[in-house]
Structures are given as structure tokens and as C-alpha cells.
Design a protein around this ligand. Structure first.
Ligand SMILES: Cc1cc2nc3c(=O)[nH]c(=O)nc-3n(C[C@H](O)[C@H](O)[C@H](O)COP(=O)(O)OP(=O)(O)OC[C@H]3O[C@@H](n4cnc5c(N)ncnc54)[C@H](O)[C@@H]3O)c2cc1C
Length: 445
């Protein structure tokens, strides 16, 4: 078949590589000058930074992890790191996840957290129903102490809204419930792990996270056209036409709000649903520092409190690979979310660096490079109308003959490994279509 893939992020190029290996003629159309989307990296002198915040390579799915590692040159092309993540809790470093680090809080806060946790635990065991909104869910799951000392301030900082206007269903898979024994052990000062699938991760030695995308494109056997913003897509007969060129199949991975105006066949009510999908954007600060001693061996840290400035997460990026910064230097990434209102400038940047200094993350006078990158589509606004709305949109696409997937191509809160996992599922769907010649609705688990 002749297949058009719209968007050259990791979703698009992974699927292109898989389909090209089956002998299909695949063309990827990418608006930017380079493929990679949210996985892109950039250089300033001898510094390399990821554009959309700190990215790491890990997966619960071994087949996907192996595939991604292969694209980065395997163990030889990557640095393997034992995760060391913290929360900057006032003047303390508390291990993450927070419930596993509770023993590191002040004694008063430990009592708050444990009393609230036991109360919430008993509530759940005696039938308190799972709340539909995220704000109440935090109290129901974690209790009032954990809520006040971390969950609420941190989540308000990242999501920039009243947490009761957000749905709770999306957290189910992402915030696993720690066994109560673990929380009690942590509270009396015994260390516990939490999130074991992320306890080791990999990062490309050279070129930042984008190296994984380059390793997918190189030798991929497909045609990549960059600097091409798709303008018009329509179904015609058994096939499709993209900007005047005929294809047997179109797969979209472009954020839905960006591709919606180009798809001629969309019914008005689906258009309305797509237009109501709002992204949460992310300004990523890229900071280079001159060092007189090595950085502490941290991976990343969460900054929950307003007095720490607007940054919600800092990555010790030169710890991911020694090639991310020149000798005698280190680097950080610092993430600030917004809902379209933030216009960074030099004064704002100076204030943020000052707040990071006061929070004990870095020393202002060591900063030798400070840049930023604004990413419009970073997180999904999980408001209370989102699940029904995206359900209608996905249903239309899955029945229509168009295929759509990707973090914003399907609005799934997925990391790159899950995008690759989805590419593998879509690839299987296309194989069946090529074998049988019969179009059936796309089914993704
Ligand atoms: C802060 C943050 C941290 C993250 N951390 C991790 C992590 O640690 N590990 C991990 O694996 N993942 C992580 N992710 C997730 C990861 O970045 C995404 O899952 C992945 O990059 C999404 O790939 P995609 O191809 O689906 O979408 P995108 O990367 O958004 O690609 C879509 C592409 O479509 C293109 N496009 C837009 N309009 C058009 C048009 N009209 N025509 C043609 N092309 C167009 C865009 O230029 C873009 O290249 C993180 C994401 C964020 C925001």
C-alpha cells in the first residue's frame, strides 16, 4: 500500500519504520524542519538539551524497551542510570514517590500524613465511593495530610486549575496505590522503593533524547518530507488524497486540534469536540552551569511550593549523559506549565533562576547559559468533559477509515514507549488490512 503518515514525532516515524519493513511505500509528512516532535533535542555550543523537559527511556513492556534501546545503539549507545528522584520539601530532600518518603518529613508532618492516610484508608475499606473529580480523589486516596503537604500544591502548580474541575479516571494507572505496610515502614524511617518499573532508566550517550528518533529514521526505509504542513486531507473512493497526492491509507499522529482544519470529511459535531480539546503548554528552561564540584547524583526533583517559583520539576540533565554538557560544566532543565498565558522574557527567566537558587537547586552565579523552549502541546487538560468528548472523537476516527494515534493524535497521556507500543498495534491492524483487503474499525486496548 501507499501510506501517508501525518506528523513525524516518535509515533509517526516508529509506525513508518514498521510498515516500510513490510514493503509498503510510506511517506511521513512533518511540519517542522526536523522530525522528533516532543522528543527533539537542541544544542547550544557544547551543551545538548531536550526541548520538552527531561525525557528518559524506560518501559514496562520489554519488547518496546528493547526496540527503543536498539534505535539508540543498544547498551553501548546509552547511559544506564539508577533513578534518584526527590521532592524539594521546604529545606529538605524527600525521596519520591512522596508516600515512600514520608519518614523524611518533619515529625508534625509525618503525623498529619499518617493520620489522614489511615482515615482515608478506613473510609475506602468501609465503602467510601471513588470520587469522579481529582481534587476529592486526592483526599479519598491519600488523605488530608498527604494532600496538604504535597499532592494539592504540586498538582495545582502543574495543572493550573481548581483540581475539582479535573476528572480522576486518568490517574488510575499512573498513580499506583502503595501497600499500607510500605507507607508505615516509610513513616518509621525504613526506606521503600515505589514505582519499580522506573527504578532504572536509559538515556542516549550523544545527541539527547532525539537520538532515539534519528535511530528510527536512519535506515527506516521510508520517505520523510520535512517543512511540510499538511493542508487538505480527504477520502476519495477507496483511498485518500493528501494535498493533491493519492494514498491508500492515511494515519494521523498530529495533535488533533492542529489537523482538524485540514480533514475535509469531519462531521461538524466531531469538529466541535476537537476544538474544545485544550492542551496544557510547557516552557522548558535550559540552563548551563559552571561547576567547581560535580553535581549531586540526582535525576530529577519536584518543586511543589509557590515560594520555589513557577517550576514544577527540575532535571539534573548532565547526569543523564556526560556528553550533555562540556567538561567542568553541568546542566539543568526546569519545567513551567501554562495555559497559553505565559510569554517568557529575560526578566522572567532571571526571576525563575533566582527562585531556583533560593530553593537550593543551583547557584545563580554559576549559570553560564539560560535559554527556553515553549511547547504548545505538552499535557492533556483532563477536565470533567474530556473523557466523553475524546470518546466521541476516537469513535468517529476508528470507524472512518482514517487511523489516528499519538500523544495528541489520540489524546492519550502516553510516554514515548507507549507511543511505540501503539505504533506496533496500529502496524498489526495495517498488516491485517493489507492481507484481507477489508477495512475494519481500529481497536486499541
Ligand atoms: C514534560 C514532558 C516529559 C516527558 N517525559 C517523557 C519521558 O521521560 N519518557 C518518555 O518516553 N516520554 C516522555 N514524554 C512523552 C513524549 O514526549 C511523548 O509521548 C512523545 O514525544 C509523543 O510523540 P508523538 O509522535 O505522539 O507526538 P508529537 O511529538 O507531538 O509529534 C507530532 C508531530 O506532528 C507535527 N505536526 C504538527 N502539525 C502538523 C501538520 N499540520 N502537518 C504535519 N506535521 C505536523 C509536529 O511538528 C510534531 O513533530 C514527556 C512529555 C512531556 C511533555
Amino acid at each position: 500500500m501507499k501510506i501517508a503518515i501525518l506528523g513525524g514525532g516518535i509515533s509517526g516515524v516508529a509506525l513508518a519504520r514498521l510498515c516500510a519493513a513490510d514493503g509498503h511505500r510510506v511517506v511521513v509528512l512533518e511540519k517542522a524542519e526536523r522530525p522528533g516532535g516532543l522528543c527533539k533535542s537542541r544544542r547550544y555550543g557544547e551543551f545538548t538539551f531536550d526541548e520538552a523537559g527531561g525525557h528518559i527511556l524506560f518501559s514496562k513492556d520489554k519488547r518496546v524497551l528493547d526496540w527503543q534501546l536498539q534505535r539508540c545503539g543498544g547498551e553501548a549507545g546509552t547511559v544506564r542510570t539508577v533513578r534518584n528522584t526527590k521532592i524539594r520539601w521546604h529545606d529538605r530532600w524527600v525521596p519520591y514517590p512522596f508516600e515512600n518518603g514520608v519518614g523524611h518529613l518533619s515529625k508534625a508532618a509525618i503525623v498529619d500524613c499518617m493520620a489522614g492516610y489511615v482515615e482515608a484508608y478506613v473510609g475506602r475499606r468501609t465503602g467510601a465511593p471513588c470520587p469522579a473529580n481529582f481534587g476529592d480523589w486526592i483526599q479519598w486516596r491519600m488523605g488530608s495530610g498527604f494532600a496538604r503537604h504535597f499532592m494539592v500544591p504540586y498538582n495545582e502548580k502543574i495543572w493550573k486549575c481548581d483540581l475539582r474541575t479535573m476528572a480522576s479516571d486518568w490517574v488510575a494507572g499512573r498513580v499506583p496505590e502503595a501497600p499500607i505496610e510500605d507507607i508505615l515502614r516509610s513513616a518509621v524511617g525504613l526506606d521503600t522503593e515505589g514505582y519499580t518499573h522506573q527504578s532504572v532508566f536509559w538515556f542516549p550517550k550523544h545527541g539527547g533524547f532525539e537520538a532515539m528518533v534519528r535511530g528510527t529514521v536512519d535506515g527506516g526505509g521510508f520517505e520523510l518530507q520535512t517543512g511540510v504542513a499538511v493542508r487538505r486531507v480527504e477520502q476519495r473512493g477507496d483511498g485518500f488524497v493528501v494535498d493533491g497526492t493519492a494514498f491508500d491509507l492515511v494515519v494521523n499522529t498530529v495533535p488533533l486540534p492542529q489537523i482538524e482544519p485540514t480533514i475535509a470529511d469531519l462531521p461538524d459535531e466531531v469538529r466541535g469536540d476537537i476544538r474544545a480539546l485544550r492542551p496544557i503548554s510547557l516552557v522548558n528552561l535550559m540552563l548551563g552551569v559552571k561547576l567547581d564540584e560535580p553535581l549531586p547524583p540526582l535525576s530529577w526533583a519536584y518543586l511543589p511550593f509557590p515560594e520555589q517559583g513557577p517550576v514544577n520539576r527540575v532535571t539534573w540533565f548532565s547526569n543523564y549523559s556526560p556528553h550533555n554538557a562540556p567538561a567542568g560544566h553541568g546542566s539543568f532543565l526546569a519545567e513551567v506549565t501554562h495555559r497559553g498565558e505565559l510569554r517568557p522574557d529575560a526578566a522572567w527567566l532571571g526571576d525563575v533562576v533566582g527562585a531556583l537558587d533560593r530553593a537550593g537547586i543551583l547557584r545563580r552565579e554559576q549559570v553560564v547559559l539560560a535559554e527556553w523552549c515553549d511547547n504548545e502541546f505538552a499535557y492533556i487538560d483532563q477536565n470533567l468533559a474530556f473523557a466523553a468528548r475524546i470518546g466521541r472523537v476516537r469513535r468517529w476516527f476508528d470507524q472512518s477509515g482514517y487511523l489516528t494515534f499519538g500523544r495528541f493524535g489520540r489524546y492519550e497521556y502516553h510516554n514515548s514507549d507507549q507511543c511505540v507500543g501503539r505504533a506496533m498495534q496500529v502496524h498489526e491492524h495495517i498488516r491485517t488490512l493489507a492481507r484481507t483487503g477489508t477495512r475494519v474499525p481500529l481497536q486499541l486496548d
